[in-house]
Design a binder for this molecule. Structure first.
Ligand SMILES: Cc1cc2nc3c(=O)[nH]c(=O)nc-3n(C[C@H](O)[C@H](O)[C@H](O)COP(=O)(O)OP(=O)(O)OC[C@H]3O[C@@H](n4cnc5c(N)ncnc54)[C@H](O)[C@@H]3O)c2cc1C
Length: 492
């Protein structure tokens, strides 16, 4: 068995782990990062960018949301049922974290993205763009995977500061002595066990999004049946398990819920195109929400979760498809971009030819209902009621804005089934606002810290989509904050 010693062991070099590693090294501490995968960055390689408030980008564009106002919005959204000091400290540090990243060479898109303003603002269902999308190296538009450039810069910076990041080296256990965390066990690439002794241990393993058994046990979802969440390979709840074994208290394990069609990356344009504010029904053939809510991915996820079969169906007719192909979609949500209707019919045909079983095309509404397994009689009644409301320009049921009231009359007709998805899990390990791990009784476990999604219980029951970029924001800032608290405690 190999033996090593360091000031801080960081278990995982995903987003929060890297932030902790860099900040600890900048604080003059020696750091070892243990990373299970053969690359750094975890789920963050897939994303766009972090939340921040009070940044120069927002000031330049005259967005005057202050950290204090954003904090109050967050706390009201969560009914003050989360750790106010943790949220406050994170929000007030977030702008500094953007500058910290810029010093490493990370660049961000200015908030004035190349979309019409009203649509851009709707992207986060609030007039304040808080998500800071990373500019990908080599150019490109804002979109999925942009944040992998931020991971690259963080990793380079960690290495330049002398941090030792060991890839293909999963941590297996926290070493506990007299109730204190004094290091971690790991297994290196060759299969040899390593014992690393340290003054502090930071857990940052990114939750349990790739662990359907844990998801079923703690949340009751059946992955692949009523949940189609992203599964970042290797993110299996290791850190949560290790912390619990070391005596950590539990917080509810939740999904970072949103909605998507199954295997959405293979039908990406369709997943974007059907996110319209037009007619949506459930399998019973009934409307179930005010459809312009579909721009808010987490609220829509909550609505879909409650429907029969956990399924919500977006319905389009040819007139709408033609309109959106000409004018662009009603909403632009940044993730799917402006062009998802460019080859709509071709995308539908290809998906059907490839055996994709969640998208449907039919000449009549009856046939559409049959193909999609929707209650036909009720669906036909719903469409008739809906079309009458459109003709009268008043949604007398959900009071949708009249600009979104367009009848569904012209075949062929199209439908896509949406289910709940998620970016991963949130929470599991109980902490205080210094990111110190607590026992079930609320006592600090000396030397043990948990950051990133493993400890993220600041969103309450729903991810605050209105303050976008919040998971990456929490991951970066919790990592930095833990590293600062550790430096203070080690250096007195
Ligand atoms: C498609 C997609 C898009 C997203 N877009 C955004 C966005 O634009 N903005 C935003 O705010 N959030 C976004 N998110 C969420 C965000 O990326 C994650 O919340 C964030 O990366 C989590 O950071 P983390 O450090 O907790 O975990 P991760 O970044 O996932 O890192 C976890 C790391 O732990 C490692 N690990 C696991 N077990 C062990 C072990 N035993 N030992 C050592 N290492 C281990 C894994 O290999 C991984 O590298 C997105 C997520 C997805 C999936």
């Amino acid at each position: 068995m190999k033996k090593m010693e360091t000031d801080v062991v960081v278990i995982a070099a995903g987003l929060s782990g890297l932030a902790a590693i860099v900040q600890a090294a900048q604080n003059g501490l020696s750091v070892i990062g243990l990373e299970k995968a053969n690359i750094t960055g975890g789920a963050a390689n897939m994303g766009m960018g972090p939340f921040a408030v009070g940044t120069k980008y927002q000031r330049m564009a005259a967005y005057d949301l202050t950290p204090g106002e954003a904090f109050r919005q967050h706390m009201n959204f969560t009914h003050w049922n989360v750790d106010a000091r943790l949220v406050r400290d994170y929000y007030f540090r977030s702008a500094d974290t953007i500058e910290w990243l810029e010093e490493m060479g990370v660049e961000f898109f200015p908030p004035a993205l190349p979309y019409p303003v009203s649509e851009r603002m709707r992207a986060y269902a609030s007039p304040f763009p808080t998500g800071h999308c990373v500019k990908p190296e080599g150019g490109g538009m804002p979109g999925p995977r942009c944040a992998s450039t931020m991971i690259k810069r963080l990793t380079e910076c960690a290495e330049s500061l002398g941090a030792n990041i060991m890839l293909n080296t999963p941590a297996t256990k926290i070493i506990m002595e007299d109730g204190k965390a004094v290091g971690a066990m790991a297994v290196d690439e060759s299969g040899e066990e390593i014992e690393i002794r340290s003054k502090a241990v930071i857990i940052a393993t990114g939750g349990a999004g790739d662990n359907p058994e844990m998801i079923k046990e703690y949340m009751g979802y059946d992955w692949g049946k009523d949940l189609f969440s992203f599964r970042i390979p290797g993110v299996r709840g290791d850190g949560i398990r290790m912390a619990w074994e070391a005596g950590a208290g539990h917080t509810p394990l939740t999904m970072e819920l949103m909605y998507q069609c199954p295997d959405n990356m293979s039908v990406f344009s369709l997943d974007g195109a059907f996110r319209t504010p037009d007619l949506w029904v459930n399998l019973d053939g009934e409307r179930f929400f005010e459809e312009s809510t579909s721009i808010n991915s987490t609220f829509t996820g909550n609505c879909i979760k409650r429907q029969p079969g956990g399924c919500g169906i977006s319905v389009l007719d040819s007139a709408l498809v033609k309109k959106y192909a000409k004018q662009g979609p009603a909403f632009v949500d940044h993730v799917h971009g402006f062009h998802c209707f460019d080859n709509f019919d071709g995308d539908v045909e290809t998906a059907i030819e490839n055996g994709y079983e969640y998208v449907f095309k039919a000449d009549t509404l009856e046939e559409l209902a049959e193909k999609a397994g929707i209650n036909k009689e009720r669906f036909l009644e719903t469409v008739e009621e809906y079309n009458t409301m459109c003709d009268e320009n008043v949604d007398s049921y959900f009071e949708k804005e009249h600009k979104y009231l367009t009848p569904i009359r012209k075949g062929p007709f199209y439908a896509l089934k949406f289910y709940i998805g998620a970016y991963g899990t949130l929470g599991g390990i109980r902490i205080n606002h210094h990111l110190q791990v607590l026992t079930e009784e609320g006592k600090v476990i000396p030397g043990l810290y948990a950051v990133g999604t493993d400890s993220c219980a600041i969103f309450g029951d729903t991810y605050p989509f209105t303050l976008g970029g919040n998971t990456m924001g929490y991951c970066l800032n919790s990592g930095r904050m833990a590293a600062d608290y550790i430096a203070e405690s080690i250096n007195g």
